[in-house]
Ligand binder design. Structure first.
Ligand code: F6P
Length: 568
């Protein structure tokens, strides 16, 4: 019998649908009393502790989810990914970000060719180049060392590197390695972002790294041209060769832009933009800031999870477990969102990065075979570090909507602080919240408890917490480069698991195209109206009215306006 086109037509899916009724009769308050159950829902891998006992799930649920994974051919799909099959079928590409962090001796093939030697060729070049810049043997056009770097890129060419940079910035080893250096990012095409990125920097000591997989992204290319202008206005056009380098899969366009191809660092079409932080996209700017040895540790951390994902049985496979639980929450319990709550300020850019990885990957309504999905795929991801989030949106997750939460904690702080006379260290204070919140969500507070506390009757409904709100906790031993790599890979693979089960292509992103092409029509109109006074035409009433309002506020621009750079 031919396998059903959609996962929802399989028996395991139907069994899980029916099982929802069983779970609705349970409460986490009771489930948490079953220590056998809780024990079976804890897993320690390579120093990480995963506790998913606060999911609204039983051992029976897990069995059923494993059967769903079988029905979705999850193991085969993971193997297809690792063996370089073109699983990104709409773009006819392999999906091999795991090759970016494979050790030199690994063999990972795309189109019959082992890509690992190519990966290491670029990594070795980055190691050598970043050392030359850091040691001052590669200098700017005026002979000064380049101590500041602006990485220009957007989306996957920005969010991953920003997350890792933010996480490393307070790590003691990374701090030592970054002494006297700055790494900044320029992503938004908003000229304010240009102003912010160059404020206080001297072009003489600045290196711009233009990061774009395609080298056609409108925002990145305009920002790159703007920085090129900033550099050449101050130092002359010949300075570009010394002050601008590039990361791209499109080396022809890099050269056309005016960057010496010898100063370009390649990656490949089998690396999706949002999965590219372990390619030169992240490795180059991060190595310039922290040195390659620190970044290599990050790659090793990611690689350790790659191995867990590829070879561990599902019940000991962190990304698979997390992916299956997400499917359970979204597709069966009907909770469409997920909160990512790291109890570490160093992880403040983790949720923004995962938003792209998750929502650009799985925000789809069509199966990989082109069939309209009769169920919702994708999750709405958001998050903030604890405890800040507690004072912002936690009200909603405690008493409003049910939002499964990921609590991420760290055993050993990057920056220990303890004040004599205080009850606990500052990190213990933070972690008290990390341990308390999941129980508050799971157990809640009953009207009986409130009555016993003599809470006035009229306040009892307001102070009642229903509980039974699912979360999971991930405890990292510390937050060094290695652990940051582990965390990244866990989420990357979890999102792939979800896509594999939903039967979608998690590696394309056609949904970003329509807005881009409409923006290009607007761009043409703005140019025609400003330079030739042409009326707004071809837009609907609403857009025409707004465009006219926008245009009337500014005076006509001369046909050949002179260059204006931010006044900072
Ligand atoms: O937002 C769409 C997108 O194509 C992302 O997938 C990608 O990360 C981003 O734009 C940047 O693309 P590029 O690296 O080609 O500039």
């Amino acid at each position: 019998m031919a396998s059903p086109a959609l996962i929802c037509d399989t028996q395991p899916w139907k069994d899980l649908k029916a099982h929802v009724e069983d779970i609705k009769k349970t409460h986490l308050r009771d489930l948490m009393n079953d220590s056998e159950r809780c024990k079976s829902m804890m897993l320690e891998i390579d120093g990480l502790l995963l506790d998913y006992s606060r999911q609204c799930a039983t051992q029976d649920t897990m069995e059923k989810l494993f059967r769903l994974a079988e029905a979705a051919h999850l193991k085969q799909k993971i193997n297809s990914m690792y063996s370089g099959e073109h699983i990104n079928s709409t773009e006819n590409r392999s999906v091999l970000h795991v090759a970016l962090r494979a050790s030199r001796d690994k063999v990972i093939c795309s189109d019959g060719k082992n890509v690992v030697p190519d990966v290491w060729k670029v990594l070795d070049r980055i190691s050598e180049f970043s050392e030359r810049v850091r040691s001052g043997s590669w200098v700017g056009v005026t002979g000064k060392a380049l101590k500041d770097v602006i990485a220009v890129g957007i989306g996957g060419s920005f969010l991953g590197p920003l997350f890792v940079h933010t996480a490393l910035q307070t790590d003691p080893e990374a701090i030592q390695c970054a002494k006297g250096r700055q790494l900044r990012f320029l992503a938004n095409v908003d000229p304010i972002d240009v102003a912010k990125s160059i404020t206080g920097l001297n072009p003489e000591t600045t290196l711009a790294v233009v990061v774009s997989k395609t080298f056609t992204t409108a925002e990145t290319m305009l920002n790159a041209r703007t920085l090129r202008e900033w550099i050449s206005a101050a130092l002359g056009p010949q300075a570009v060769a010394k002050h601008m380098v590039a990361v791209s899969t499109n080396l022809t366009l890099v050269e056309k832009f005016g960057i010496d191809p010898n100063n370009a660092f390649a990656f490949w079409d089998w690396v999706g933009g949002r999965y590219s932080v372990c390619s030169a996209v992240g490795v180059l700017p991060l190595s310039l800031q922290y040195g390659f040895p620190v970044v290599e540790k990050f790659l090793k951390g990611a690689s350790s999870i790659d191995q867990n994902f590829h070879s561990a049985p599902f019940e000991k496979n962190i990304p698979v477990l997390l992916g299956l639980l997400s499917i359970w929450n979204v597709s069966f319990l009907g909770y469409p969102a997920r909160a990512i709550l790291p109890y570490s300020q160093a992880l403040e850019k983790f949720a923004p990065h995962i938003q792209q990885v998750s929502m650009e990957s799985n925000g789809k309504g069509i199966s990989i075979d082109g069939v309209q999905l009769p169920y919702e795929a994708g999750e709405i991801d958001f998050g903030e570090p604890g405890t800040n989030g507690q004072h912002s949106f936690y009200q909603l997750i405690h008493q409003g909507r049910v939002i499964p939460c990921d609590f991420i904690g760290v055993v050993k702080s990057q920056q220990p602080v303890y004040l004599k006379g205080e009850l606990v260290s500052n990190h213990d204070e933070l972690m008290s919240n990390f341990f308390a919140q999941p129980d508050a969500l799971a157990y809640g507070k009953t009207p009986e408890q409130l009555l016993n506390e003599n809470v006035p009757q009229h306040l009892i409904p307001h102070k009642t917490f229903s509980g039974n709100r699912p979360s999971l906790s991930l405890l990292l031993p510390s937050l060094n480069a290695y652990n940051i790599g582990q965390l990244l890979a866990i989420y990357e693979h979890r999102i792939a698991v979800e896509g594999f089960i939903w039967g979608i292509n998690s590696f394309d992103q056609w949904g970003v195209e329509l807005g881009k092409s409409l923006a290009s029509q607007v761009r043409k109109q703005l140019n025609a109206s400003r330079t030739k006074g042409e009326p707004v035409e071809g837009f609907n009433f609403s857009t025409t009215t707004m465009l006219n309002k926008y245009l009337e506020a500014k005076s006509r621009v001369p046909a050949n306006p002179t260059t204006v750079l931010p006044k900072v």
